[in-house]
Design a protein around this ligand. Structure first.
Ligand code: AP5
Ligand code: ZN
Length: 217
């Protein structure tokens, strides 16, 4: 199936997409991760995206669509795809519909993770990831079992994102409400929208998503 995770920064899109990848073999495609990799590699797209991401604004549709199109073409999507952080504008949503139609596919479900803005600031400001495998953690909500050592790979280096500061988070939330939230109506009109309460425990939300994947296959 092709699933979309919609939701503001900090809603848990990345956390849940990684869990679905492990559980069902779906391929996680995160435009945020792809853009951060482009910035780190210093590609032309990365150079154009860097300042925009640091300001918490959306990278231009042409850059993001091109990156997503390339990654979609090379990924082994036989078991399905989970899109995390894409689409984020109506232009991107229309482009995605077109790309999928080329291979006779369509979106099975667009899941909107429903959360409170205030809680998102806490989630994002406590976030860090393993420098080796990318596993996500949180100062209060998700610590490694052995302090300082990644549960997944045993790595001991952790990092925090450049855009995870209070000022940029406010801009990211604003961009979400102005440019991305309209996609809720877009997918409701396609009868693909499923809203879930994403304020609970990580594992409970994962259970709801697993049920959605099972009915979509
Ligand atoms: P992107 O990387 O997509 O960031 P985002 O949307 O701001 O989302 P986040 O990664 O911050 O949050 P998340 O929902 O994945 O939450 P997570 O699971 O980590 O985009 C970054 C930038 O790239 C954008 O600002 C833009 O500039 C650009 N960009 C990307 N895609 C684009 C596009 N399509 N078009 C244009 N520009 C684009 O969880 C957060 C924390 O909370 C973690 O620490 C986690 O452990 C914890 N947590 C998760 N779930 C729970 C829970 N249920 N309870 C308690 N804690 C939880
Ligand atoms: Zn790790």
């Amino acid at each position: 199936p092709v699933l979309i995770l919609l939701g503001p920064p900090g809603a848990g899109k990345g956390t849940q997409a990684r869990m679905l990848e492990e559980k069902f073999g779906l391929v996680q495609l995160s435009t945020g991760d792809l853009l951060r990799a482009a910035v780190a590699a210093g590609t032309e797209a990365g150079q154009r995206a860097k300042a925009v991401m640091e300001a918490g604004e959306l990278v231009s549709d042409d850059i993001v669509i091109a990156i997503l199109r390339d990654r979609l073409a090379e990924a082994d999507c036989a078991k399905g795809v989970i899109l995390d952080g894409f689409p984020r504008t109506t232009v991107q949503a229309e482009a995605l519909d077109g790309l999928l139609a080329e291979s006779g596919q369509k979106i099975n479900a667009a899941v909107s993770l429903e959360v409170d803005d205030a809680a998102m600031v806490t989630r994002i400001s406590g976030r860090y990831t393993c420098g080796s495998c990318g596993e996500g953690y949180h100062d209060s909500f998700k610590q490694p079992a052995k302090p300082g050592t990644c549960d997944k790979c045993g790595g001991t280096e952790f990092k925090r994102r450049a855009d995870d500061n209070a000022e940029t988070v406010a801009a990211r939330l604003e961009a979400y409400h102005a440019q991305t939230a309209p996609l809720i109506d877009y997918y409701a009109a396609q009868h693909a929208l499923i809203g879930i309460d994403a304020m609970g425990e990580i594992d409970d939300i994962a259970g709801k998503l697993a049920a959605i994947v099972k009915t979509a296959t």
